[in-house]
Ligand binder design. Structure first.
Ligand code: AMP
Length: 398
């Protein structure tokens, strides 16, 4: 079964075509600057050279039209005909409280997605554009929407209701939703395989650390708490996002000459590791500066690792224990020093990192010594594969 996975943003679109009999990627690429001057599509077949097509793309449909033509092109394509695409899986950011799992898209689902769009005004409309474009280009081919928030819908109310007037939850749907659910779920499933135990017998803490970062407490296969909140701004220090701050700071700033827009821009785009370090939002640059002794770069990394450690501690308390901690995402998978620093003060969990294993990159494995009571794993995330797996499961059943 061949599944096309689409991750449509407002002006870009990532895609992968997977052969789900082998779970191998046949081709992948990216459309950029959709609706803007200088747009292009890249196409990378698994066994061929990358091709860049520079053409005006007025909308997502234009981009997807080029993509499916390349995929089925007689010379560079990886399938004989677009009819060989059996199903399409869409990464979708916000499912509100409506979507607790992935669903096959129909008119009713589109309507419900529109209803929750105000919760993710930058993302959901773009995701819907991708869905509508595929309906036109591949009529009759089943589409599945996989929601970033869905995995977290198992959280108990005391974890997701904010201590605000309760009507804000009931009338305005203001609550913790959590994000990165597809990634947290994927690495939890893979961790269970490596640990040789069923997921529903494990207490796991998954740390997705990248430009955006979040941590998830997964008890017996279910998300029971997570660090992002009503929006992906909450929780940890991120590349440019502040994570949790005392909300009164924002009121204070607005009472002292800052506009709401300026404060919003500050906490989303000028804070986090960039704001503290003054160097960059990219953790490689910050680590390089920290190694040279730059105090603010060191502080940015100290804040990052400290918050991760204390959030892990909170989730150990939430689950009354933990069997394994998993690192994933660009930083989680690659930063040897951050992993070592985060795990340095975890004697209470009986964690000792295997220094050699911790230095290896890109490999899914346990990186603690065999006598460590709590295991630590690195698992490269693969949201596209997770989306494709859900797509197969739902469309095969139909
Ligand atoms: P992601 O959003 O998951 O693609 O992650 C991007 C982040 O991962 C950026 O901040 C990168 O600097 C960071 N990253 C990638 N490779 C490394 C590395 N070797 N060491 C530290 N950070 C890294």
């Amino acid at each position: 079964m061949k599944v096309l996975v689409i991750n449509a943003g407002s002006s870009s679109l990532k895609y992968q075509l997977l052969d789900m009999d082998t779970e191998k990627v046949l081709a992948k690429g990216l459309a950029e600057r959709i609706g803007i001057d200088g747009s292009n599509v890249t196409y990378q077949p698994a066994d061929g050279d990358k091709i860049t097509i520079t053409e005006p793309l007025k909308d997502h449909k234009d981009a997807l039209d080029i993509i499916i033509k390349e995929i089925a092109d007689p010379k560079v394509g990886v399938i004989d005909s677009i009819k060989d695409i059996d199903a399409v899986g869409h990464r979708t950011v916000h499912g509100g409280e409506t979507f607790t799992k992935s669903v096959v898209v129909d008119d009713n689902v589109v309507k419900k997605m529109e209803d929750v769009s105000d919760l993710a005004p930058l993302h959901n409309p773009a995701n819907l554009t991708g869905i509508r474009a595929m309906q036109e280009l591949l009529p009759g081919v089943p589409e599945v929407a996989v929601f970033d928030t869905a995995f977290h819908q198992t959280m108990p109310d005391y974890a997701y209701v904010y201590a605000l007037p309760y009507e804000l939850y009931t009338d305005k749907h203001i609550r913790k939703y959590g994000f990165h659910g597809t990634s947290h779920h994927f690495v939890a499933i893979e961790a269970a395989k490596i640990l040789g135990k069923p997921l529903d017998e494990l207490k796991l803490i998954t740390c997705h650390l990248g430009n955006g970062s979040s941590i998830d407490a997964i008890q017996y296969g279910k998300s029971v708490d997570t660090s992002m909140g009503f929006t992906p701004l909450a929780g940890l220090e991120m590349g440019t996002r502040s994570g949790d701050v005392d909300p009164s700071i924002l009121i204070y700033l607005e009472n002292n000459g800052y506009t709401v827009e300026e404060v919003g821009d500050m906490i989303n785009n000028k804070s986090g590791a960039l704001g503290v370090s003054g160097v960059s939002s990219d953790f490689r640059d910050i680590e390089e500066e920290a190694n040279k002794g730059n105090k603010r770069a060191i502080l940015a990394l100290d804040i990052f690792c400290y918050r991760i450690r204390t959030t892990i501690g909170a989730y150990v308390a939430a689950m009354d224990g933990v069997d394994a901690i998993i690192f994933t995402g660009g930083i989680g998978e690659n930063s040897v020093t951050d992993r070592a620093k985060i795990c340095s003060n975890m004697k209470y969990l009986g964690i000792t990192l295997d220094k050699d294993k911790n230095r290896e990159r890109g490999k899914a494995q346990i990186i603690t010594t065999p006598d460590s009571r709590t295991k630590v794993l690195v698992i490269p995330t693969n949201e596209e594969l997770m989306i494709a797996r859900d797509t197969v499961e739902l469309t095969e059943k139909k």
